[in-house]
Design a protein around this ligand. Structure first.
Ligand SMILES: Cc1cc2nc3c(=O)[nH]c(=O)nc-3n(C[C@H](O)[C@H](O)[C@H](O)COP(=O)(O)O)c2cc1C
Length: 185
């Protein structure tokens, strides 16, 4: 799939078909996360692929978001921050969050390419997720990604912010680009 198409077609899905995805497709999407940039090339994200219905139900409860329980597979994203925190101390906390985001975006684009759908869920009670999956205390829980086939084929696309609201030139808040200099100026 063309990259631009995957970027623009990706959207969050909260209603899944009953059809179970091929778990190997999901593994391929997780594999793509390995190519995300990482500070000092220390890979901090980790992934738990869940297909146990009872555990999926517990994850839905931890997030208080019932649609999660409709998914046949859920990917829980964690970070093991220790090496990055040792190397970069306070700034390392920020790097861990930034790089898990980069790896999740790779995952989301590959999910789109595979014809699957997901929703990045960030609202949950960490301790409940940790208990359900036996995640050690020092590991961060970053996101819950229920995966399935989108039930709403004709969904309305959510409006996206215009570029002129987020782009400045040369300094913050400056919206005007100077015209390019002529040769000889
Ligand atoms: C960090 C983060 C946390 C999010 N948490 C939730 C969540 O807990 N529940 C949910 O339904 N959607 C969640 N979302 C999905 C956003 O609501 C969604 O991406 C946004 O509405 C834009 O829609 P789109 O993904 O279809 O473009 C989260 C997204 C991000 C990036």
């Amino acid at each position: 799939m063309e990259l631009n198409k995957a970027i623009q077609n990706r959207h969050s899905t909260k209603r899944f078909k009953d059809k179970k995805p091929d778990w190997r497709d999901i593994i391929e999407c997780i594999d793509a996360t390995r190519y995300a940039p990482m500070a000092g090339n220390n890979f901090t994200p980790q992934f738990i692929l869940v297909d146990d219905e009872k555990i999926i139900q517990k994850l839905a409860e931890a997030a208080q978001q019932n649609f999660i329980s409709e998914a046949k597979y859920v990917v829980v994203v964690c970070s093991n921050p220790s090496r990055t925190l040792n190397a970069y101390e306070e700034r390392g906390e920020m790097y861990v969050k930034q790089q898990v985001g980069a790896s999740i975006q790779n995952f989301l684009l590959k999910i789109e390419e595979a014809g699957l759908s997901t929703c990045w869920v960030g609202e949950f009670v960490d301790e409940q997720v940790k208990r359900a999956l036996k995640i050690p205390a020092k590991i961060y829980v970053e996101a819950i990604l229920p995966v399935g086939y989108d039930l709403d084929k004709k969904r309305e696309k959510k409006p996206k912010i215009d570029i002129d609201r987020i782009l400045y030139f040369n300094k913050y808040d400056n919206k005007k680009m100077r015209p390019p200099r002529k040769l000889g100026d």
